[in-house]
Ligand binder design. Structure first.
Ligand code: F6P
Length: 358
């Protein structure tokens, strides 16, 4: 038996660890694994694959990015906005089936976020034997308590906050750190708590500048002349909109970015405090996965092969908080897991006196 694995959407730490886990688990069953190069588009050009034998897996557990390449554009681009999915044309799905047949692949593992998983769901509906593995640093997929890549992104953002902390303190400055997080503020919230941020701005809670500036001035009254603000790229002022970087391209979500600079300028203007901004950007998506992500990727990859063995297609590997299970892809896509406002994290954040901007 031959299976294929494809990585789609934005990259993140741990993709290679999943590839390794899938190929190793498959090899143990006597199967061959082909890695499809360049995302789903690679299935349309039969020479775009790599045989994932033991030699090809050397060093993959710790290696960032994806050795297969990935794409969040191209013919299979399916996500155009929050909950908006583009239906793939029948000819494309037929061409995919043909591509798989040409390669002799009898099942596919799709590793990706909401966009890639909704492509996988459409392929499943078209009769393609496929299973999904949830990836996104944003940790915003509803059907799993955690996605891989998130822990590594939080580790990176926390390290950045730690470094900004010492320079902010030395200069008595306000430092704004902008992190990723399009619709969900998990990275900002976790890193903000881990790195001791004074203000945490997340997409789920529209913010008011008065509230942020009060936090800054109150700290000064208590003798703390510096403030750390962490803002998710998707944070927005009450009544305002997302800050985007450049015009939206066809079949793609708008690129976010710039809210940190907007917040920094406004806080400086209103408080008179010298303010600096840092956009962490793709540093969060690069580099080696944390040990938590390495373990999660290994468990996810093994489970994906188990699903194929059992012929349970159209499912996504998921973590339910206790163990790894699987859920139907149909339930896993188009529903985001945002930060709940009436539960533990937000309560605890408020009870510490951390400003959430509201
Ligand atoms: O969806 C994951 C994500 O990291 C978002 O937080 C961010 O908006 C987006 O990817 C950035 O993607 P790109 O690399 O295409 O700019």
């Amino acid at each position: 038996m031959k299976i294929g694995i494809v990585t789609g959407g934005g990259d993140c730490p741990g993709l290679n660890a999943v590839i390794r886990s899938v190929a190793k688990t498959a090899a143990k069953r006597g199967w061959e694994t082909l890695g499809i190069i360049g995302g789903f588009d690679g299935l349309l050009a039969p020479q775009n694959y790599r045989v994932l034998d033991y030699k090809a897996l050397d060093g993959l557990l710790v290696r960032g990015g994806t050795i297969l390449g990935t794409a969040n554009r191209g013919q299979f681009s399916a996500k155009t906005g929050h909950g908006e999915t583009r239906q793939l044309p029948k000819e494309l799905l037929d061409a995919t089936k043909q591509g798989m047949a040409d390669l002799g692949i009898s099942a596919l593992v799709s590793v990706g976020g909401d966009g890639s998983l909704s492509i996988a769901q459409q392929m499943h509906e078209a009769g393609i034997p496929i299973v999904g593995v949830p990836k996104t640093i944003d940790n915003d997929l509803a059907a799993t308590t955690i996605t891989f890549g998130f822990d590594s992104a939080v580790a990176c953002a926390t390290d950045a906050l730690d470094r900004l902390h010492t320079t902010a303190e030395s200069h008595n400055r306000v430092m704004v750190l902008e992190v990723m997080g399009r619709y969900a503020g998990w990275i900002a919230l976790y890193a903000g708590l881990a790195g001791g941020a004074d203000v945490i701005l997340i997409p789920e809670i529209p913010f008011h500048y008065e509230s942020i500036c009060t936090a800054v001035t109150e700290r000064a009254k208590k003798g703390k002349h510096f403030t750390l603000i962490i803002a998710a790229e998707g944070a927005k002022p009450a009544g305002g909109d997302y800050v985007t970087a450049g015009a939206q391209q066809q079949n793609r979500e708008a690129r976010l970015g710039g809210i940190g600079a907007v917040v920094a300028a406004e806080v400086e203007k209103r408080t008179g405090k010298e303010t600096r901004v840092m956009v962490l950007g793709h540093l969060q998506r690069g580099g080696s996965p944390t040990f938590m992500d390495r373990v999660l990727c290994t468990l996810f990859g093994a489970k994906a092969v188990e699903l194929i063995t059992e012929g349970r297609f159209g499912r996504m590997v998921a973590h339910n908080g206790k163990f790894v299970e699987s859920v139907p892809l149909a339930e896993a896509t188009g529903r985001l897991r945002t930060v709940p406002l009436d539960e533990g994290f937000v309560h605890a954040t408020r009870s510490l006196g951390i400003c959430l901007g509201d």
